[in-house]
Design a protein around this ligand. Structure first.
Ligand code: 0A1
Ligand code: ZN
Length: 876
């Protein structure tokens, strides 16, 4: 925690580094409370930085400095200055070797940045600015250096890992052992990693397209060694995919993955030594659900893909974070789409974007994909930088086509290999390779907010002309009152009365990407023999909101006929949204609630449609979440949202129970488990049916859940049944199921996390009282981010009903926990507080109560920079 008020860093202030580091030799002597770090840096004046020899400024936080030497000569303490955030050393020659010795305390490091201990295992997390918690260094991504690392440790840590290749190992005179690693690729400090522990590993190998044999290893604690196969399979698929789709090969002889229980994020792409949150790498059919299998595949892919998009070509400064993250999320999404159902993957990603990213973009922390200022960079690992950033890359892909995009990425990697570059460099490579001008498109990087497209149309029967008029606007965001028009690729088709796509030109094209570039623009189509129904924004071709006055009948028609599967789903969502709007209004007027019969019939025909991918059916049967409804609302009326959605779900369950049961029974077979896409799809539909059936709270339905719970041979079925019992069963059977589940799985960290999350996010079970009780459970640990996310995060983010209790107790609870957590782990505290920062979107009393809770965080005393930034920006 810093003493002065955190200061703001601006993109416009970027300057090249004064000094470069040609090589970095690190020497660690691991000890829980006093690890000794010796670093030897070959430093040289940066020729691009100007004249003279300014003092050398090194970043360093919470370090105990022992000594400083230059070219073998001890520098007296009176010569250098220790600053609150580092060290300033006078320089009198343009090139020299600097040696620094310092001590750190991994055991007391609960921030999980720098070097820390997790269940007795040493590990590091250096992105974004964690390396400065290890030793004094120019901790910025445009300083790239070749690292060698020696780790010395007592024998109880037999596994000692760092980046690159192992070049030496042996014993020290006092009986400890050491290992030396050398990474041949220059890299910024944020990609450094070290691991030391008593670990087991599984091993495999991969031969790259040019014939290089790469050793693949996944390290875990012994008890988890049986949970590595899926990650290993995913890794090999990712390596093959990157060769096939991007022509990118792996470049070292070894690739290692380590699973760690205490981790702030999902995983980290350290060069040759990826470190993963255990929950994002370990899986077995008995202990992990299908969605974790899929998540692991995508995260393993993501980290692996960073080897090129992030490591070989890295970021110049942290404002460029989306350069690596947006691009890599796009790459991992395409990888997942190729491995599984493309439409379903798109639906999942867009659902998340529409709820959480749109909400972020409309809230107090709204920022462009390339932010222009920050107080604490950790706060900018956001859905905007990652997911919207990926949408921006996807739009470039849409504009250039698959081949054009590949030409652009080839040029980008070739031109910038070994460099630290900017989002601008990425766009320029795309332009240069294709001879296009993306000047206006660049606004996606600099303007925040979600654009809105108002679409109207007119058909002229006499001459067969159809005119589609698109008006774009974008709401103001902090610091950006006015927005210039975006360049928006709008993919559309026009449906005829038979449900097929009409030809849009003489060549018979049936889908076009309209280039929306002006505030208002009309697109004309001629030769249409009938009035078409537009299918807009196919595949969600841009991260925007589209308004078009569809009638219920038109949406039903699109749901049945649209050639674009994504838009079939989307039509269903629009329809459900309209129905839920009506219910909310009726609720506010205290009228009797009644669900539109057309919606029920639409869901019935989806359920009966055996031609559709079952996973798509499952998605189409799901009503928009409460969070989605809240995001769409002008002002959030939590009570009406809860009542409307609960009523609609119950009415659908009641009306469709015959079909739901038939579908459930058809899909509930004793086929052995496999995590293949087709099987996952069937289980997802089956369990969606089970959940709906149990909404009726009828004995027969709950009995199905009980039988499935008692006999499930995989975690997907077991967790789905448990969830049905917890959310809809009577207290006694829910208690019994939860207890037996815990008894069976208490040794398994990942399953216990699931067990926590299932309760805290339950509208019925996850009352504040129960959530507080879960925090007293022996398996809960405030120092472990996964447990915090499962219990407190599950309540604040996924339990709309209990979190929004009218007495405001949910908000107060989140505020209290944020304050407590800030003392241990500022990054996690700054995320946990987010649900109570959106108070302006709530009307009246609830909004006031939320603001009061937020204010109490501000008034609680000295906050970390991370938390201060979020809270202060949300109170204005
Ligand atoms: N680069 C990682 C994300 C990451 C960022 C920060 C971390 O620690 C605070 C950890 C991981 C990724 O995109 O996977
Ligand atoms: Zn990433």
């Amino acid at each position: 925690m810093k003493d002065a008020q955190p200061s703001t860093v601006y993109l416009k202030d970027y300057r090249v580094p004064d000094y470069l580091v040609d090589s970095t030799h690190l020497h660690f002597e691991l000890q829980p409370k006093a690890t000794l770090v010796k670093s030897q840096l070959k430093i040289r004046r940066n020729p691009d930085a100007g004249e003279g020899l300014p003092p050398l400024l090194l970043d360093g936080v919470e370090l105990e400095l022992l000594s400083v030497s230059i070219d073998g000569q001890l520098v007296p303490a009176s010569r250098y200055r220790e600053l609150p955030e580092g060290l300033s050393i006078p320089v009198d020659k343009p090139a020299f070797v600097l040696e620094i010795h310092n001590r750190i305390n991994p055991e007391d490091n609960t921030s999980l940045e720098g070097l820390y201990l997790s269940n007795g295992m040493y590990c590091t997390q250096c992105e974004a600015e964690g390396f400065r918690k290890i030793t004094y260094y120019p901790d910025r991504p445009d300083v790239m250096s070749k690292f060698t690392t020696t780790i010395v440790a007592p024998r109880q840590y037999p596994v000692l890992l760092s980046n690159g290749n192992e070049i030496e190992r042996g014993a020290t005179e006092d009986g400890r052992q050491f290992v030396t690693w050398e990474d041949p690729f220059a890299k910024p400090a944020y990609l450094f990693a070290l691991v030391g522990g008593d670990l087991q590993h599984v091993e495999d190998s991969y031969t790259t397209s040019s014939g290089r044999k790469v050793k693949l290893q996944i390290f875990t604690e012994a008890k988890n060694i049986g949970k590595c196969d899926h990650a290993m399979r995913s890794l090999k698929k990712a390596m093959r995919w990157d060769e096939a789709v991007y022509g990118r090969e792996y470049d070292l002889d070894i690739f290692m993955v380590v699973a760690v229980d205490h981790f702030n994020m999902g995983a980290m792409e350290n060069k040759g030594l990826n470190i993963f949150n255990s929950a994002c790498v370990l899986a077995s059919p008995e202990t992990a659900t299908d969605s974790s299998f899929q998540r692991i595949e995508s995260i393993v892919g993501h980290e692996y893909f960073h080897n090129w998009s992030g490591n070989r070509v890295t970021c110049r400064d942290w404002f460029q974070l989306s350069l690596k993250e947006g691009f890599t999320v796009f790459r991992d999404a395409e990888f997942s789409a190729d491995m599984n159902s493309r439409a379903v993957k798109r639906i999942e990603d867009v659902s998340m974007l529409r709820t959480a990213q749109f909400a972020e973009d409309a809230g107090p922390m709204s920022h462009p994909v390339r932010p222009d200022s920050y107080m604490e960079i950790s706060n900018f690992y956001t859905l905007t930088v990652y997911e919207k950033g990926a949408e921006v890359v996807r739009m470039i892909h849409t504009l250039l086509g698959t081949e054009g995009f590949r030409k652009g990425s080839d040029l980008y990697f070739e031109r910038h290999d070994g460099q630290a570059v900017t989002c601008e460099d990425f766009v320029v490579a795309m332009e240069d390779a294709n001879g296009v001008d993306l000047t206006q498109f660049r606004r996606w990087y600099s303007q925040a907010g979600t654009p809105v497209l108002e679409v109207t149309d007119a058909y002229d029967e006499v001459n067969g002309n159809y005119a589609l008029t698109v008006k774009q606007s974008c709401p103001p965001t902090p610091g950006q009152e006015e927005k210039l028009p975006f360049h928006i690729p709008l993919a559309i088709g026009l449906l005829g009365a038979d449900g097929g796509d009409l030809p849009l030109d003489t060549s018979g094209t049936r889908q076009v990407v309209l280039q929306v570039t002006e505030a208002e623009q009309t697109f004309n189509f001629s030769g249409l023999l009938e009035k078409p129904l537009p299918s807009l924004l196919r595949g969600f071709s841009a991260p925007v909101k589209v308004r078009y006055g569809y009638s219920t009948e038109q949406l039903l028609f699109l749901m049945r006929n649209d050639a674009d599967e994504f838009n079939r789903w989307d039509a269903g969502q629009r329809l459900a949204f309209m129905a839920l709007e009506q219910l909310q209004q009726a609720y506010r007027r205290e009228e009797t609630l009644k669900l539109q019969p057309q919606l029920v019939e639409a869901y019935r025909s989806v359920l009966q449609n055996r031609d559709l991918d079952p996973a798509l059916v499952a998605k189409m049967l799901a009503l928009p979440s409460e969070q989605t409804l809240a995001e769409e609302a002008e002002k959030i009326d939590a009570e009406a949202i809860i009542a409307a959605r609960r009523f609609a779900r119950a009415a659908l369950a009641e009306a469709l129970k015959g079909d739901l049961l038939a579908c459930y029974q058809r899909l509930h077979t004793d086929k052995p488990y496999s995590p293949e896409a087709a099987d996952i799809a069937e289980r997802s539909l089956k369990n969606a049916c089970l959940a709906y059936l149990c909404v009726t709270e009828e004995d027969d339905a709950l009995a199905l859940a009980q039988v499935q719970f008692d006999s499930a041979a995989n975690m997907t079925d077991s967790a789905a049944a448990l969830s049905a019992l917890v959310n809809h069963g009577d207290t006694a059977s829910a208690d019994a199921a939860l207890e037996s589940f815990y008894q069976r799985w208490q040794q398994d960290t990942q399953v216990v996390e699931l067990w926590f999350g299932l309760q805290s996010s339950s509208a019925k079970r996850g009352t504040l009282e129960n959530v507080r009780a879960l925090m007293q459970h022996p398996a809960f640990e405030l120092k472990n981010p996964n447990k915090v996310r499962a219990v407190i995060g599950g309540f604040a983010n996924r339990n709309f009903t209990q979190f929004h209790r009218v007495d405001g107790s949910g908000f107060k609870f989140v505020a209290e926990q944020t304050i407590a957590l800030d003392k241990l782990n500022p990054q996690i505290a700054a995320r946990l507080v987010l649900p109570i920062t959106r108070w302006k979107k709530y009307g009246g009393d609830l909004g006031e109560k939320m603001k009061t809770a937020l204010q109490s965080v501000m008034d609680s005393g000295k906050l970390s920079a991370d938390l201060y930034e979020v809270v202060s920006k949300s109170l204005v």
